[in-house]
Write a protein that binds this ligand. Structure first.
Ligand code: BGC
Length: 262
């Protein structure tokens, strides 16, 4: 039980919900049901940080006072500073979120792109575990997020959802939201995905594609319809991968900081 008091917490900030849970890094399991709070509107930094503090408080018994917090954001994050903001208030742009949350919570905080965190979650505890070489995870949701992992190391902020393909921003055609918006059948959607992955593999030459996001819960509907050279598999941690990956990244960063200050 003593060990339980220092579990890291992962928090996933999305356009509609902010979700968090403590994570057992030995197993990659959430140790409690995740808490979801509606994203405040407008989703300004102050408002979102308030919700983050609420989630941390809710798990205080498991997380302990020095445990690190990993947070994901749907945008580019460079050394804790948010550089783009998809589906959240534009006031986030250029905000040093890591510092903002650290000052508020007085804890070690790591802020990362949502797809990067999901990629790290799948790498350590999900579909990408044990795969060598270049693995590209894409999350198909409102937009398309991407995580590039080479030999187990993340190359952050790849933003492959914004490739221009056939004159379109890729995510406007191939995100899961496009399927819904345009009423596409799975066959029609798979055609969009085939074009997307064919283009992506022609500029990256990966060993494996991992598809995450909500659609990864229904791989039998479309995975076999995707035509590209690279093997394609579905993520196995679905919407938990971001929370798990963020917690893992926060714990790893805390260890490194500890070594530097020791
Ligand atoms: C953003 C990415 C994000 C993805 C998924 C894209 O529109 O540019 O940073 O990872 O959506 O949320």
């Amino acid at each position: 039980m003593a060990q339980q008091s220092s579990l890291p917490l992962g928090i996933d900030v999305g356009g509609s919900g902010i979700k968090g849970a403590p994570v057992d890094l030995a197993t990659g399991q959430l140790t409690a049901e995740r808490l979801r709070i509606e994203t405040p509107q407008p989703s300004t930094p102050e408002a979102v940080v308030g919700v983050i503090a609420q989630i941390v408080d809710a798990f205080a018994d498991q997380v302990g006072p020095t445990a690190p917090i990993g947070i994901t954001i749907p945008g580019v994050v460079m050394r804790g500073v948010v550089k783009t903001a998809a589906n959240i208030d534009k006031a986030w742009i250029d905000c040093d979120m890591e510092k903002l949350v650290e000052d508020r919570l007085q804890r070690d905080v790591v802020v990362v792109n949502d797809a990067d965190a999901a990629g790290v979650g799948e790498l350590h505890y999900g579909a990408a575990k044990g795969h060598e070489g270049l693995v590209i995870m894409t999350t198909l949701g409102t937009g398309i997020g991407s995580a590039v992992i080479h030999e187990g190391r993340l190359v952050p902020n790849s933003e492959y959802g914004h490739l221009e393909i056939d004159g379109h921003n890729a995510e406007s055609r191939a995100a899961a939201s496009a399927k819904k918006r345009e009423g596409l059948s799975w066959e029609q959607y798979a055609e969009r995905l085939s074009r997307y992955y064919q283009f992506l593999e022609s500029v990256t030459w990966p060993d494996l594609f991992v598809i995450g996001g909500g659609v990864s819960k229904k791989p039998e509907k479309f995975l076999h319809l995707i035509e590209c050279r690279t093997p394609v598999i579905a993520a196995t941690r679905a919407n938990e991968a971001g929370i798990i990956g963020a917690a893992r990244m926060a714990a790893d960063a805390q260890q490194v900081r500890g070594r530097h200050t020791a």
